[in-house]
Design a protein around this ligand. Sequence first.
Ligand SMILES: Nc1ncnc2c1ncn2[C@@H]1O[C@H](COP(=O)(O)OP(=O)(O)OP(=O)(O)O)[C@@H](O)[C@H]1O
Length: 228
Amino acid sequence: MIRLENMTKIYPNGVTALNNVSLQIQKGEFVFVVGNSGSGKTTLIKLLMKELQPSEGKIIIDNKDITRLKKRYVPILRRNIGVVFQDFRLLDKMSVYDNVAFALKVTEEPNKKIRRMVPTVLSMVGLSKKAKMYPKEISGGEKQRTALARAIVNNPPILIADEPTGNLDPSNSWEIMKLLTEINMRGTTVVVVTHDKEMVNAMKKRVVTLKNGSIVRDVQRGDYGDEA
Ligand SMILES: Nc1ncnc2c1ncn2[C@@H]1O[C@H](COP(=O)(O)OP(=O)(O)OP(=O)(O)O)[C@@H](O)[C@H]1O
């Protein structure tokens, strides 16, 4: 489903953020990507979303090389990849409901579908009672769950979460991990970038470790390891 082939990213200032990275993620997998600050994790996510273009190599998603994808097809790619950003990127002037509905409005889904889907995902992430609240009126964990609801409301085949437990206390972190596991069990491929050692060690999923832009470890049912 996701295949990186000898991918290198050198930023215009000469920094090599990723160096000859090859990686395969199968449909339905749950993968943690770990690594020190500056190891290339965010760069990897941006390349997968086509926010950045690699300097060398291929990125194949669903048998298509997205590095060759024409600009007009980028929205279709993004519809297939739900992303939960580190800083949530919620719209402050919109309620929880509207933040989630917005993801369907931009893809011009019919109103009937929006009215059906938004309450369904809000209930799934336990936010039905907060639907009318605004981001500034809800907690960090609730913002994270709103961002997650928005990322999955389109039912994308791939979900990428950047530090989803980064700013959360342990109980909220577990809640988010439980939701990511549920989403994965429904068939979505889940990629989680994290520093959360305890969580990675508890989950026993595949762990890919980046160091200075290279993959230095890739283990099934793994732990956080010493490299990251
Ligand atoms: N826009 C940019 N221009 C130049 N260099 C960049 C740019 N963005 C990131 N870098 C550099 O690329 C390398 C990889 O950065 P990246 O943000 O991918 O790391 P990361 O693993 O996500 O780090 P963190 O855990 O701190 O978020 C770092 O050396 C960083 O300084």
